[in-house]
Design a protein around this ligand. Structure first.
Ligand SMILES: Nc1ncnc2c1ncn2[C@@H]1O[C@H](COP(=O)(O)OP(=O)(O)OP(=O)(O)O)[C@@H](O)[C@H]1O
Ligand SMILES: [Mg+2]
Length: 322
Protein backbone atom coordinates (compact mmCIF):
# COMPACT_ATOMS: atom_id res chain seq x y z
CA UNK A 1 0.00 0.00 0.00
CA UNK A 2 1.18 3.49 -0.77
CA UNK A 3 2.47 6.02 1.70
CA UNK A 4 -0.26 8.24 3.09
CA UNK A 5 -3.00 5.62 3.48
CA UNK A 6 -3.23 5.79 7.29
CA UNK A 7 -3.04 9.59 7.14
CA UNK A 8 -5.86 9.74 4.57
CA UNK A 9 -7.96 7.27 6.54
CA UNK A 10 -7.57 9.24 9.75
CA UNK A 11 -8.59 12.37 7.81
CA UNK A 12 -11.65 10.58 6.47
CA UNK A 13 -12.69 9.43 9.95
CA UNK A 14 -12.32 13.02 11.23
CA UNK A 15 -14.39 14.28 8.30
CA UNK A 16 -17.17 11.85 9.20
CA UNK A 17 -17.01 12.81 12.87
CA UNK A 18 -17.35 16.57 12.52
CA UNK A 19 -20.95 16.77 11.20
CA UNK A 20 -22.05 14.04 13.62
CA UNK A 21 -20.78 16.04 16.56
CA UNK A 22 -22.33 19.32 15.42
CA UNK A 23 -25.66 20.40 16.86
CA UNK A 24 -28.11 19.89 13.99
CA UNK A 25 -27.90 16.13 14.04
CA UNK A 26 -30.23 14.45 16.46
CA UNK A 27 -28.23 11.84 18.32
CA UNK A 28 -28.47 10.68 21.89
CA UNK A 29 -26.22 12.71 24.21
CA UNK A 30 -24.18 9.70 25.34
CA UNK A 31 -23.30 8.90 21.74
CA UNK A 32 -22.21 12.46 21.14
CA UNK A 33 -19.81 12.39 24.09
CA UNK A 34 -18.27 9.16 22.73
CA UNK A 35 -17.82 10.76 19.33
CA UNK A 36 -16.12 13.83 20.81
CA UNK A 37 -13.63 11.62 22.64
CA UNK A 38 -13.03 9.54 19.53
CA UNK A 39 -12.32 12.67 17.50
CA UNK A 40 -9.78 13.89 19.99
CA UNK A 41 -7.89 10.56 19.99
CA UNK A 42 -7.88 10.28 16.18
CA UNK A 43 -6.61 13.88 15.89
CA UNK A 44 -3.74 13.19 18.29
CA UNK A 45 -2.73 10.07 16.38
CA UNK A 46 -3.08 11.74 12.98
CA UNK A 47 -0.53 14.35 14.04
CA UNK A 48 2.29 11.79 14.05
CA UNK A 49 1.23 9.73 11.04
CA UNK A 50 3.41 11.46 8.47
CA UNK A 51 6.52 10.61 10.43
CA UNK A 52 5.18 7.14 11.25
CA UNK A 53 4.55 6.34 7.59
CA UNK A 54 8.09 7.46 6.74
CA UNK A 55 9.61 5.32 9.51
CA UNK A 56 7.50 2.29 8.54
CA UNK A 57 9.76 1.84 5.49
CA UNK A 58 12.71 0.76 7.65
CA UNK A 59 11.16 -0.21 11.01
CA UNK A 60 9.06 -3.39 10.97
CA UNK A 61 7.64 -2.65 14.40
CA UNK A 62 6.29 0.72 13.20
CA UNK A 63 4.88 -0.99 10.11
CA UNK A 64 3.02 -3.44 12.37
CA UNK A 65 1.73 -0.58 14.52
CA UNK A 66 0.45 1.21 11.40
CA UNK A 67 -1.31 -1.92 10.15
CA UNK A 68 -3.08 -2.26 13.49
CA UNK A 69 -4.08 1.39 13.34
CA UNK A 70 -5.42 1.05 9.79
CA UNK A 71 -7.60 -1.88 10.88
CA UNK A 72 -9.15 0.20 13.66
CA UNK A 73 -9.62 3.20 11.39
CA UNK A 74 -11.39 1.03 8.81
CA UNK A 75 -13.72 -0.25 11.55
CA UNK A 76 -14.31 3.31 12.76
CA UNK A 77 -15.13 4.34 9.20
CA UNK A 78 -17.75 1.56 8.96
CA UNK A 79 -19.39 2.33 12.30
CA UNK A 80 -19.47 6.07 11.63
CA UNK A 81 -21.05 5.43 8.26
CA UNK A 82 -23.84 3.56 10.06
CA UNK A 83 -24.28 6.37 12.57
CA UNK A 84 -24.31 8.98 9.79
CA UNK A 85 -26.92 7.01 7.82
CA UNK A 86 -29.14 6.66 10.89
CA UNK A 87 -28.74 10.34 11.75
CA UNK A 88 -29.61 11.31 8.20
CA UNK A 89 -32.74 9.14 8.22
CA UNK A 90 -33.82 10.70 11.49
CA UNK A 91 -33.36 14.19 10.15
CA UNK A 92 -35.28 13.39 6.97
CA UNK A 93 -38.09 11.64 8.80
CA UNK A 94 -38.38 14.40 11.37
CA UNK A 95 -40.03 16.46 8.64
CA UNK A 96 -42.63 13.75 7.94
CA UNK A 97 -44.06 12.66 11.25
CA UNK A 98 -47.50 11.57 10.09
CA UNK A 99 -46.67 8.10 8.88
CA UNK A 100 -46.90 5.11 11.16
CA UNK A 101 -43.37 4.00 10.22
CA UNK A 102 -41.99 7.26 11.43
CA UNK A 103 -43.73 6.91 14.77
CA UNK A 104 -42.25 3.44 15.14
CA UNK A 105 -38.86 4.66 14.05
CA UNK A 106 -38.93 7.44 16.59
CA UNK A 107 -40.11 5.33 19.47
CA UNK A 108 -37.73 6.06 22.33
CA UNK A 109 -36.82 2.38 22.79
CA UNK A 110 -35.67 2.18 19.17
CA UNK A 111 -33.53 5.23 19.54
CA UNK A 112 -32.09 4.02 22.79
CA UNK A 113 -31.33 0.57 21.38
CA UNK A 114 -29.50 2.10 18.43
CA UNK A 115 -27.52 4.50 20.64
CA UNK A 116 -26.56 1.70 23.02
CA UNK A 117 -25.46 -0.58 20.21
CA UNK A 118 -23.40 2.13 18.53
CA UNK A 119 -22.14 3.33 21.92
CA UNK A 120 -20.70 -0.15 22.56
CA UNK A 121 -19.08 -0.29 19.14
CA UNK A 122 -17.58 3.18 19.46
CA UNK A 123 -16.35 2.41 22.97
CA UNK A 124 -14.61 -0.73 21.67
CA UNK A 125 -12.97 1.28 18.89
CA UNK A 126 -11.88 3.94 21.37
CA UNK A 127 -10.31 1.31 23.64
CA UNK A 128 -8.35 -0.12 20.71
CA UNK A 129 -7.26 3.37 19.69
CA UNK A 130 -6.24 4.23 23.26
CA UNK A 131 -3.88 1.24 23.29
CA UNK A 132 -2.44 2.29 19.91
CA UNK A 133 -2.10 5.85 21.15
CA UNK A 134 -0.15 4.66 24.23
CA UNK A 135 2.08 2.42 22.12
CA UNK A 136 3.05 5.32 19.90
CA UNK A 137 4.89 6.94 22.85
CA UNK A 138 7.62 4.29 22.50
CA UNK A 139 8.34 5.33 18.93
CA UNK A 140 9.01 9.04 19.65
CA UNK A 141 7.47 10.19 16.37
CA UNK A 142 7.79 13.79 15.23
CA UNK A 143 4.58 15.76 15.26
CA UNK A 144 3.97 17.38 11.88
CA UNK A 145 1.16 18.69 9.74
CA UNK A 146 2.46 18.69 6.17
CA UNK A 147 0.72 16.33 3.83
CA UNK A 148 2.76 13.34 2.62
CA UNK A 149 4.34 13.22 -0.80
CA UNK A 150 1.53 11.17 -2.27
CA UNK A 151 -0.93 13.94 -1.43
CA UNK A 152 1.05 16.47 -3.46
CA UNK A 153 -0.16 16.66 -7.00
CA UNK A 154 3.28 16.65 -8.55
CA UNK A 155 2.61 15.63 -12.10
CA UNK A 156 5.95 13.93 -12.77
CA UNK A 157 5.66 11.61 -9.81
CA UNK A 158 1.94 10.89 -10.26
CA UNK A 159 1.87 10.21 -13.99
CA UNK A 160 0.19 6.88 -14.70
CA UNK A 161 -0.34 4.65 -17.71
CA UNK A 162 -2.56 1.71 -18.55
CA UNK A 163 -0.01 -0.98 -17.78
CA UNK A 164 -0.60 -3.28 -14.82
CA UNK A 165 1.08 -6.42 -13.46
CA UNK A 166 -2.09 -8.44 -13.02
CA UNK A 167 -0.32 -11.25 -11.18
CA UNK A 168 0.63 -8.79 -8.42
CA UNK A 169 -2.88 -7.51 -7.86
CA UNK A 170 -4.72 -9.20 -5.03
CA UNK A 171 -8.48 -9.68 -4.75
CA UNK A 172 -9.93 -7.23 -7.22
CA UNK A 173 -11.69 -9.63 -9.55
CA UNK A 174 -15.18 -8.94 -8.22
CA UNK A 175 -14.69 -5.18 -8.35
CA UNK A 176 -13.39 -5.44 -11.90
CA UNK A 177 -16.40 -7.51 -12.94
CA UNK A 178 -18.74 -5.12 -11.17
CA UNK A 179 -17.43 -2.25 -13.28
CA UNK A 180 -17.55 -4.26 -16.48
CA UNK A 181 -21.12 -5.16 -15.54
CA UNK A 182 -21.90 -1.45 -15.53
CA UNK A 183 -21.02 -1.27 -19.23
CA UNK A 184 -24.70 -1.76 -19.89
CA UNK A 185 -25.27 -1.99 -23.61
CA UNK A 186 -28.82 -0.73 -23.31
CA UNK A 187 -27.66 2.70 -22.21
CA UNK A 188 -28.45 5.18 -24.96
CA UNK A 189 -26.17 8.03 -23.80
CA UNK A 190 -23.35 8.85 -26.17
CA UNK A 191 -20.86 8.38 -23.38
CA UNK A 192 -21.80 6.89 -20.03
CA UNK A 193 -19.58 7.56 -17.07
CA UNK A 194 -18.40 5.45 -14.17
CA UNK A 195 -16.56 7.07 -11.29
CA UNK A 196 -14.19 5.15 -9.03
CA UNK A 197 -14.01 7.19 -5.85
CA UNK A 198 -11.86 6.62 -2.78
CA UNK A 199 -9.04 7.89 -0.62
CA UNK A 200 -5.43 7.97 -1.84
CA UNK A 201 -3.58 4.71 -2.27
CA UNK A 202 -6.55 2.38 -2.06
CA UNK A 203 -6.17 1.05 -5.59
CA UNK A 204 -8.46 3.13 -7.83
CA UNK A 205 -5.91 3.42 -10.64
CA UNK A 206 -5.05 -0.28 -10.33
CA UNK A 207 -8.73 -1.20 -10.65
CA UNK A 208 -9.14 1.02 -13.71
CA UNK A 209 -6.04 -0.62 -15.24
CA UNK A 210 -7.53 -4.08 -14.66
CA UNK A 211 -10.73 -3.09 -16.44
CA UNK A 212 -8.83 -1.38 -19.26
CA UNK A 213 -6.75 -4.50 -19.96
CA UNK A 214 -9.53 -7.07 -19.60
CA UNK A 215 -9.73 -9.25 -22.73
CA UNK A 216 -13.51 -8.93 -23.15
CA UNK A 217 -13.33 -5.19 -22.71
CA UNK A 218 -10.59 -4.99 -25.33
CA UNK A 219 -12.82 -6.66 -27.89
CA UNK A 220 -15.82 -4.50 -27.08
CA UNK A 221 -14.29 -1.15 -28.02
CA UNK A 222 -12.85 0.24 -31.25
CA UNK A 223 -10.52 2.58 -29.44
CA UNK A 224 -9.12 2.82 -25.91
CA UNK A 225 -7.48 5.88 -24.40
CA UNK A 226 -5.74 6.25 -21.03
CA UNK A 227 -5.39 9.85 -19.89
CA UNK A 228 -3.69 10.78 -16.63
CA UNK A 229 -5.07 14.14 -15.50
CA UNK A 230 -3.58 14.74 -12.02
CA UNK A 231 -2.71 18.43 -12.00
CA UNK A 232 -4.80 21.32 -13.29
CA UNK A 233 -7.08 20.43 -16.13
CA UNK A 234 -5.01 21.54 -19.10
CA UNK A 235 -7.14 20.85 -22.17
CA UNK A 236 -4.30 21.57 -24.58
CA UNK A 237 -2.01 19.05 -22.90
CA UNK A 238 -4.78 16.45 -22.88
CA UNK A 239 -5.56 16.91 -26.59
CA UNK A 240 -1.87 16.66 -27.40
CA UNK A 241 -1.41 13.50 -25.32
CA UNK A 242 -4.45 11.82 -26.85
CA UNK A 243 -3.29 12.62 -30.39
CA UNK A 244 0.16 11.31 -29.48
CA UNK A 245 -1.40 8.03 -28.33
CA UNK A 246 -3.20 7.89 -31.68
CA UNK A 247 0.05 8.79 -33.45
CA UNK A 248 -1.67 11.81 -34.93
CA UNK A 249 0.13 14.64 -33.18
CA UNK A 250 1.79 17.32 -35.24
CA UNK A 251 3.64 19.96 -33.23
CA UNK A 252 2.93 22.68 -35.79
CA UNK A 253 -0.83 22.55 -35.38
CA UNK A 254 -2.81 25.01 -33.28
CA UNK A 255 -5.05 23.84 -30.44
CA UNK A 256 -8.14 24.50 -32.57
CA UNK A 257 -6.84 22.31 -35.38
CA UNK A 258 -5.81 19.62 -32.91
CA UNK A 259 -9.22 19.64 -31.27
CA UNK A 260 -10.96 19.37 -34.63
CA UNK A 261 -8.67 16.50 -35.60
CA UNK A 262 -9.41 14.69 -32.35
CA UNK A 263 -13.14 15.06 -32.88
CA UNK A 264 -12.82 13.60 -36.38
CA UNK A 265 -10.72 10.69 -35.17
CA UNK A 266 -13.21 9.81 -32.44
CA UNK A 267 -16.20 10.20 -34.71
CA UNK A 268 -18.15 6.96 -34.98
CA UNK A 269 -15.70 5.06 -32.77
CA UNK A 270 -16.88 3.17 -29.72
CA UNK A 271 -14.37 4.37 -27.16
CA UNK A 272 -13.25 3.40 -23.70
CA UNK A 273 -11.62 6.41 -22.10
CA UNK A 274 -10.01 6.41 -18.66
CA UNK A 275 -9.44 9.77 -16.98
CA UNK A 276 -7.12 8.86 -14.13
CA UNK A 277 -6.77 11.01 -11.01
CA UNK A 278 -9.20 13.82 -11.73
CA UNK A 279 -9.25 16.70 -9.21
CA UNK A 280 -11.14 19.38 -11.10
CA UNK A 281 -14.20 20.69 -9.24
CA UNK A 282 -15.16 23.34 -11.80
CA UNK A 283 -18.24 22.30 -13.75
CA UNK A 284 -17.45 24.46 -16.81
CA UNK A 285 -13.99 22.94 -17.06
CA UNK A 286 -15.54 19.49 -16.84
CA UNK A 287 -17.90 20.35 -19.72
CA UNK A 288 -14.95 21.58 -21.80
CA UNK A 289 -13.21 18.28 -21.17
CA UNK A 290 -16.29 16.22 -22.05
CA UNK A 291 -16.69 18.28 -25.19
CA UNK A 292 -13.45 16.78 -26.51
CA UNK A 293 -15.01 13.34 -26.60
CA UNK A 294 -18.43 14.25 -27.94
CA UNK A 295 -17.82 12.73 -31.37
CA UNK A 296 -17.49 9.25 -29.90
CA UNK A 297 -20.11 6.67 -30.82
CA UNK A 298 -23.11 5.88 -28.63
CA UNK A 299 -22.12 3.18 -26.17
CA UNK A 300 -18.71 4.68 -25.45
CA UNK A 301 -17.61 4.57 -21.81
CA UNK A 302 -15.66 6.93 -19.61
CA UNK A 303 -14.07 5.74 -16.37
CA UNK A 304 -12.94 8.46 -13.97
CA UNK A 305 -10.80 7.83 -10.90
CA UNK A 306 -10.81 10.48 -8.20
CA UNK A 307 -10.25 10.94 -4.48
CA UNK A 308 -12.93 13.58 -4.30
CA UNK A 309 -16.65 13.00 -3.82
CA UNK A 310 -17.23 16.57 -5.04
CA UNK A 311 -15.56 15.71 -8.32
CA UNK A 312 -17.76 12.64 -8.58
CA UNK A 313 -20.83 14.79 -7.96
CA UNK A 314 -19.86 17.23 -10.72
CA UNK A 315 -19.45 14.33 -13.11
CA UNK A 316 -23.02 13.45 -12.32
CA UNK A 317 -23.00 9.71 -12.97
CA UNK A 318 -21.95 8.25 -9.66
CA UNK A 319 -20.91 4.70 -9.03
CA UNK A 320 -18.91 4.68 -5.84
CA UNK A 321 -16.65 1.69 -5.89
CA UNK A 322 -14.95 2.11 -2.48
N1 LIG B 1 -5.44 -5.10 -5.12
C1 LIG B 1 -4.16 -4.76 -5.00
N2 LIG B 1 -3.22 -5.70 -4.79
C2 LIG B 1 -1.92 -5.37 -4.65
N3 LIG B 1 -1.44 -4.12 -4.73
C3 LIG B 1 -2.32 -3.13 -4.95
C4 LIG B 1 -3.72 -3.40 -5.10
N4 LIG B 1 -4.36 -2.22 -5.32
C5 LIG B 1 -3.41 -1.29 -5.31
N5 LIG B 1 -2.18 -1.82 -5.10
C6 LIG B 1 -0.92 -1.09 -5.02
O1 LIG B 1 -1.12 -0.01 -4.10
C7 LIG B 1 -0.52 1.18 -4.60
C8 LIG B 1 -1.57 2.27 -4.73
O2 LIG B 1 -2.53 1.88 -5.69
P1 LIG B 1 -3.19 2.89 -6.72
O3 LIG B 1 -2.16 3.79 -7.31
O4 LIG B 1 -4.02 2.10 -7.64
O5 LIG B 1 -4.08 3.75 -5.71
P2 LIG B 1 -5.02 5.00 -6.02
O6 LIG B 1 -6.28 4.76 -5.26
O7 LIG B 1 -5.12 5.21 -7.48
O8 LIG B 1 -4.23 6.19 -5.32
P3 LIG B 1 -4.24 7.75 -5.68
O9 LIG B 1 -5.49 8.35 -5.11
O10 LIG B 1 -3.01 8.24 -4.99
O11 LIG B 1 -4.17 7.89 -7.17
C9 LIG B 1 0.13 0.82 -5.93
O12 LIG B 1 1.50 0.56 -5.69
C10 LIG B 1 -0.58 -0.44 -6.36
O13 LIG B 1 0.26 -1.25 -7.15
MG1 LIG C 1 -4.60 6.77 -8.72
Amino acid sequence: MAQGVAFSLAGKVLELLSPLICEEIKLACCLKADLVNLKSTVSIIKDVLLDAEKQAHHRAVVKGWLEKLKDVLHDADDVLDDVATEALQRNVMAGNKRTKEVRIFFSSSNQLAFSLKMGHKIKAIRERLDVINKEKEDFHFNVGSNEPQIMNRDRESRDTNSLVREDEVIGRKNDKNEIIGLFDNNIVDDISIIAIVGIGGLGKTTLAQLVYNDENVKNEFDLKLWICISDNLDIKRIVKEVLEQMKEWNHEESIEVMQQKLREKLNGQKCLIVLDDLWNEDYDEWLRLMNLFMGAKTGSRLIVTTRSKSVARIIGQLHVIF
